[in-house]
Write a protein that binds this ligand. Sequence first.
Ligand SMILES: Cc1cc2nc3c(=O)[nH]c(=O)nc-3n(C[C@H](O)[C@H](O)[C@H](O)COP(=O)(O)O)c2cc1C
Length: 276
Amino acid sequence: MRDPAPAHLQRRPVTATARLLLGGPVALLTAHDRGRDNVMPVAWHMPVATRPPLVAVAIEQSRHTADMVSHAEQFALSLPGRALLHHVQYLASLSGADVDKFEATQLATFAATHVDAPLIAGCLAWVECAVQEILPFGDHLLCIALVVAVHVDPRAFDDRWLMRDKELRPLQFLGDHYYTLPHDVLEARLPGRADAPERVLAERAAEELELTREARERRAERMDELTRELTAGRIVDIDAAERGSLPLWLPTPGVVVPDFALPPEATPEADERGER
Ligand SMILES: Cc1cc2nc3c(=O)[nH]c(=O)nc-3n(C[C@H](O)[C@H](O)[C@H](O)COP(=O)(O)O)c2cc1C
């Protein structure tokens, strides 16, 4: 028998899933087809395979971009930061079928290396894609594409998003006209090797995840010890303390992100004008 659901849970329509699963960086999808450029913001994208490097983007069939990408079989993703917040929302309010969005917004672009689609200047990273397959699902086309080139601003990304400067963090979409920037960088404890007998693994998990009262008490003791050391001025280098005997669970020194306000709660009445 499973436990009953906690009393504070509320039911939501199944369409809430799309927003629940949002979380990757917003991308500006650019395409070049039959002599014209276009750009549309996308949030429904995901990596699909590493070998070969494939990504997928779900494009609603009504979008002008769906027609362009189907025909050109190429596109690019430019990943903006906060500087392009208002541009992102504005670009989603127009259709390339009616207006030249580059003309309207005066967005600067530069040449991609492997595709004809333009890359958008002032973004943080760029992914060039060659379409492999387009599969219709409901009202969307799932475009599966091979990544043919990637470029990054190294101040924003090396082998992961660095998150150091607020202006150099990837913009994320919450739905409607709300966005967020990833906030804290949290470093998880690295679990020990997993090839031990089950009993040893269970003991290790209890220790590493502090599942037992003893583990929690040990943590409290270590915390007291650290507080005493800090108060006495005996620790000045938290990095060194962490590498030594002091707690594994200290916040990483990389967390230097000041708090800032999140937008008010997003309202769910959005999809029509292309505001997901
Ligand atoms: C942040 C954001 C993300 C979006 N993501 C998608 C998406 O993943 N797929 C999609 O079909 N539409 C998405 N849209 C809506 C399109 O960007 C919008 O309808 C756009 O105007 C289509 O342009 P087009 O007609 O020139 O192709 C998104 C809108 C916003 C604001």
